[in-house]
Design a protein around this ligand. Structure first.
Ligand code: NAP
Length: 244
């Protein structure tokens, strides 16, 4: 059966890889982020593969924008079966120097935004008695990281949200899982200096940075029919950087 997926932050990095993987697996894909031109490029890639894509502008820091974006996708595709809450931002600083705006912006985008996206799909998924929700957390949400209190709190919050909603929605055949990437080569990590990258890589048993496609493979699996009995779980894609 053709499923319909919505991926937030689908314009680059991990989100783009998730959108492409889900399209290759036969799903129609709605691509959401703030900058539409970048999303259009990913949509063109999906269409070139013979897939179906729909672009929607959406700002996760605004509840109204989320509501409007999801309603446009539902109008276009009829429903949403798979939600990948991938978009995320950082605004790093030591806790002592973290401004209220920097705390609020990161929590609002990464955690509240993801929750409000989930709220948009709960009722329709319940009606369909089928749904897959995948939240992209992070290794630092499990292990902590100095200088990233806001980001880490948002990513740890996503893990709690995942487990609570998994319990709330399980009886309706809706699974809610998380993927916790380690250090992945994207624009988010490209801002790090070479010496920082070397230091991080030294602590990764696999001795290398991960690729967005390696995260997308776990997302594609959790979104598939085959993952029907897995819920409230976290798949770590981190090269062994953190083992629970
Ligand atoms: P990225 O390259 O920086 O891409 C972020 C995406 O999120 C973009 O598509 C961006 O598009 C979108 N976005 C940002 N703010 C948004 C907003 N307010 N509303 C809607 N969309 C927004 O990030 P990435 O490295 O691929 O990371 C993807 C996810 O994986 C994030 O949640 C990140 O925390 C997590 N993660 C990444 C790593 C890593 O090493 N890269 C590790 C662990 C976890 P616009 O700017 O156009 O809105």
């Amino acid at each position: 059966m053709n499923r319909i997926a919505l991926v937030t932050g689908a314009s680059r990095g991990i989100g783009r890889a998730c959108a492409l993987e889900l399209a290759k697996a036969g799903n129609k894909v709605a691509l959401a982020a703030r900058q539409v031109d970048k999303l259009e490029e990913v949509a063109a890639e999906i269409r070139a593969l013979g897939g179906e894509a729909f672009v929607v502008a959406l700002d996760l820091s605004s509840f109204d924008s989320i509501k409007e974006g999801f309603s446009r996708v539902t109008k276009e595709f009829g429903r949403i079966d798979i939600l990948v809450n991938n978009a995320g931002v950082t605004k790093d600083n030591l806790a002592l120097r973290l401004k209220p705006d920097d705390w609020n912006m990161v929590l609002q985008t990464n955690l509240s935004g993801a929750f409000f996206c989930i709220q948009q799909v709960i009722s329709p998924m319940m009606r369909e008695r089928w749904g897959r929700i995948v939240n992209i957390s992070s290794v630092v949400g499990q292990a902590g990281n100095p200088g990233q209190a806001n980001y880490v709190a948002s990513k740890a919050g996503l893990l709690g949200l995942t487990k609570s909603l998994a319990q709330e929605l399980a009886s309706r055949n809706i699974t809610v899982n998380a993927v916790a990437p380690g250090f992945i080569e994207t624009d988010m990590t490209n801002v790090l200096k070479d010496e920082q990258k070397t230091r991080i890589t030294q602590n990764i048993p696999m001795g290398r940075i991960g690729a967005p496609e390696e995260v997308a493979a776990a997302v594609r699996f959790l979104a598939s029919e085959e993952a029907s009995y897995i819920t409230g779980n976290v798949i770590d894609v981190n090269g062994g950087m953190y083992m629970r």
